[in-house]
Design a binder for this molecule. Structure first.
Ligand code: NDP
Ligand code: 2IT
Length: 446
């Protein structure tokens, strides 16, 4: 009985061959909203699920550029504009050699519901390229970004689609992209977020995803009368999200003992202090070196080729990439007493790992809720741009904090309403989906 979710999922799988990450994201969302479909026959009648799983449009394009040796290189660029029911398309750009359509579609699909949770009017999109910024000179990165924008510019705009950063796209890349956009479009509109302060950026945007994931963990802990203070935390990755997670955990009195990159993990049982973090930021953001150097510099342990999940902790913050917490990692975390997982990354836990976290009833905050602080603060950057104003650090941080509390509350309430108290996966999916589905109904068949 009830709505036949399985056949919708099956059609998505059959109609999108070779896109396992996209299938994974669709299954996770659709399976948890089954009770919403049963309660809202009007969603089924309007074929909301069939429509929401098909992107509004997928744009792919050639990105040719010339490297420092004078050789021509060719990458593929893409932008998936998934759904704009509640606002202009919004979502990051990822530059990483593993990028292909399935990755951008899963990220774009997740972004729809994440953006709906932020309480701000933003639709879902994602883009990127299989370009690898590692080992490239600043000039090569600039030429790539210019070629990428040469095509992308015709598809974006402050009220149409507003990209931002993600893996491999930080302040440097956003600068090159904005510089070329304004030249091509003859328009200095706020078409990207994550801008530098001097030309329209927002205070706290760099910090926002990591700070937000930590606030979300704090909110989850508070449901049990606890907080981050004194907690041992493991963090994966060592990029934007990981760095500011460490900063906020430290500020709230916790202790972070790991960081990682695609080569390995460092384990510093004394904790990654503010001074050590400043060194990591210089290593990763300026020198663009490997995390192994940390172990040499601070006499910490280095685990080549390993992830942080075998290190004993109370709270884990996966902040690197998708499917970085597999079933065996989840088992290890649980065995060592971890009872809080707050996802800074997008879809970092495999379905088997998620099932284990739910079964053991730990405090598990899925990415679309826990890492929504980044895009929420992008939304705040857009508001400031529209007003031609800049808010103070305190103002933006307190709005971010309030938004994370509201997202937490929305998850708790939706999970409760549908008879799954404490299940943040159901809570996040149901709250995000319901908002978008209602907007789609209002707009008719488009
Ligand atoms: P960065 O590029 O700044 O950092 C990425 C980090 O993750 C690096 O340490 C990188 O190591 C590591 N990493 C990337 N890919 C892999 C891989 N395949 N295996 C192991 N390690 C890997 O990106 P961000 O910090 O911005 O993004 C991290 C995660 O957070 C992503 O999942 C992103 O989608 C998500 N996110 C980001 C937001 C933002 O505002 N930036 C907002 C919400 C979510 P290495 O240097 O070796 O590649
Ligand atoms: O995954 C994400 O939410 C981001 N990479 C941030 C997107 C944005 O538009 O700020």
């Amino acid at each position: 009985m009830g709505y036949d979710i399985k056949s919708v999922i099956n059609n998505v799988v059959v109609n999108n061959p070779g896109q396992p990450e996209f299938h994974q994201a669709v299954k996770e969302v659709l399976e948890s909203i089954a009770p919403v479909m049963d309660r809202h026959p009007e969603f089924a009648k309007a074929k909301i699920l069939e429509r929401i799983t098909e992107p509004d449009r997928v744009i792919t394009f050639r990105v040719p550029w010339v490297d420092d040796k004078g050789e021509v290189q060719v990458n593929r660029g893409m932008r998936v504009q998934f759904n704009n029911a509640i606002g202009p398309y919004k979502g990051g750009l990822r530059f990483h050699p593993t990028v292909y359509l399935s990755i951008i579609k899963f990220l774009g699909f997740e972004q729809i519901f994440k953006n709906a949770l932020t309480t701000l009017p933003m639709g879902g999109a994602k883009g990127g390229s299989n370009f690898d910024p590692k080992g490239k000179s600043d000039n090569e990165v600039m030429r790539f970004c210019q070629s990428f924008m040469r095509e992308l510019f015709r598809h974006i705009g402050p009220d149409t689609d507003v990209p931002a950063g993600d893996i491999g796209v930080g302040g440097r890349e956003i600068g090159f992209l904005q510089g070329y956009y304004k030249k091509l479009a003859n328009n200095n509109g706020a078409v990207l977020t994550g801008k530098a302060l001097e030309w329209g950026g927002s205070l706290i945007r760099p910090e926002a995803t990591g700070y937000g994931a930590t606030y979300f963990a704090q909110e989850m802990l508070m449901t049990r009368g606890e907080d981050i203070k004194g907690k041992i935390c493991t963090v994966s990755g060592s990029g934007n999200v990981a760095q500011y997670t460490v900063e906020k955990v430290n500020l709230l009195g916790g202790k972070v003992v790991t960081l990682s990159d695609s080569n390995g993990t460092i384990y510093d049982k004394d904790g990654i202090s503010e001074e050590k973090l400043a060194w990591v930021m210089e290593l990763k953001n300026v020198r663009r070196g490997r995390i192994k150097e940390y172990a040499d510099k601070f006499k910490a342990e280095y685990r080549e080729g390993k992830r942080p999940w075998s290190v004993k902790c109370d709270c884990a913050f996966p902040s690197a990439t998708q499917n970085e917490v597999e079933e065996k990692d989840a088992k290890e975390l649980l065995k060592n007493g971890c009872y809080v997982v707050s996802e800074g990354a997008n879809m970092p836990s495999t379905p088997e790992a998620v099932d284990l976290f739910l079964e053991k009833k730990i405090l598990y905050g899925p990415g679309k809720a826990a890492n929504a602080g980044g895009v929420a603060t992008s939304g705040l950057e857009m508001s400031q741009n529209s007003m031609r104003l800049s808010w103070s650090r305190e103002e933006v941080d307190s709005r971010l904090h309030e938004i994370m509390k509201n997202i937490h509350k929305a998850c708790i309430e939706a999970a409760q309403e549908y008879g799954q108290p404490g299940n943040y996966v159901m809570g996040a999916n149901i709250a995000g989906f319901t908002k978008v589905a209602k907007a789609m109904l209002d707009h008719g068949i488009v």
